[in-house]
Ligand binder design. Structure first.
Ligand code: MN3
Length: 277
């Protein structure tokens, strides 16, 4: 790949982190993940090779997860939208308009799962897990007391989500929050809530590599794969969008579950991984 061009004379050296993201729906903090403007939606390419996340996530798991599960949600979504009244909408408005209450139907479930997975892939990167600095690092220190406590909170929420779902770091109402959602549900359906990172805790995300050991999988993912530069760029866009204003948004999704210590230590998990590979 060619190196980026140097900045032209008279321009600033580097765009802000926020400016590197394009928006999907005119809300600057919601990145464009590459689905296209309307149905039929596109499958964004994986941002890494299938074997790039091993041993934390094997190529075999990614093969099934991306080429079967994610691809399947996309195919179902486009099929459901054929002739549907929402077919001319962008993906996030479809998610927001199709939820339909306590028992969301197939359109919401497939639309949300498409967006959640496209977002999830961007939240992972080989050599990730490095502590974020800048304004996101400062906000983590302010709202959680530091990255170790946030890490414990992510693990506790992953462990506490009964059945399938997702764990999220969000920016909302002038602070960072941890959220977990069941099945396909997603905080992106709530205007004013900006997802910064997510972890897929459906069994299909880890079962081939870890069987029932969800906490072990999530711990390794947090420590070695989380893409904090991506989260920082979204957070910068969120701050620009919100103007730093305090906002209050009713958020009828699962409350955060904080403060439960991690069940497994990092060293014990890494020695298990080393034995396996
Ligand atoms: Mn999944």
């Amino acid at each position: 790949m060619l190196p980026p061009l140097p900045p032209a004379a008279g321009t600033t050296a580097a765009p802000s982190a926020a400016a590197t993201l394009r928006s999907e729906i005119g809300e600057p903090a919601i990145p464009d993940l590459g689905h296209g403007p309307r149905a039929p939606f596109l499958l964004p390419p994986l941002p890494f090779a299938l074997n790039a996340l091993a041993p934390a996530i094997s190529a075999r798991t990614l093969e099934f997860h991306y080429h079967q599960h994610h691809t399947g949600y996309l195919a179902a979504l486009n099929r459901l939208l054929s002739g549907h009244a929402l077919a001319g909408e962008a993906l996030i408005p479809i998610i927001r308009d199709s939820h339909g209450g306590a028992l969301p139907g197939a359109l919401f479930n497939n639309a949300a799962q498409v967006w959640n997975h496209s977002f999830y892939w961007r939240c992972l990167t080989p050599g990730g897990g490095q502590a974020p600095g800048g304004r996101l690092g400062a906000a983590i220190a302010r709202d959680f007391g530091g990255l170790p406590a946030l890490r414990d909170g992510l693990i506790a929420n992953a462990s506490g989500q009964f059945g399938s779902g997702w764990v999220w770091l969000c920016a909302e109402s002038g602070r960072l929050t941890l959220r977990r959602t069941g099945n396909a549900d997603t905080p992106v359906r709530h205007p004013g809530v900006t997802p910064l990172l997510t972890i897929d805790v459906w069994e299909h995300a880890y079962y081939l590599d870890y069987q029932n050991r969800r906490v072990e999988h999530v711990t390794v993912l947090i420590d070695t794969l989380l893409n904090w530069p991506f989260a920082s760029a979204i957070y910068e866009a969120h701050l620009e969008q919100s103007g730093g204003a305090e906002r209050r948004t009713a958020l009828p999704i699962a409350p955060p579950l904080l403060g439960v210590p991690a069940a497994n230590t990092r060293s014990a998990i890494f020695s298990r991984l080393a034995r396996r590979h």
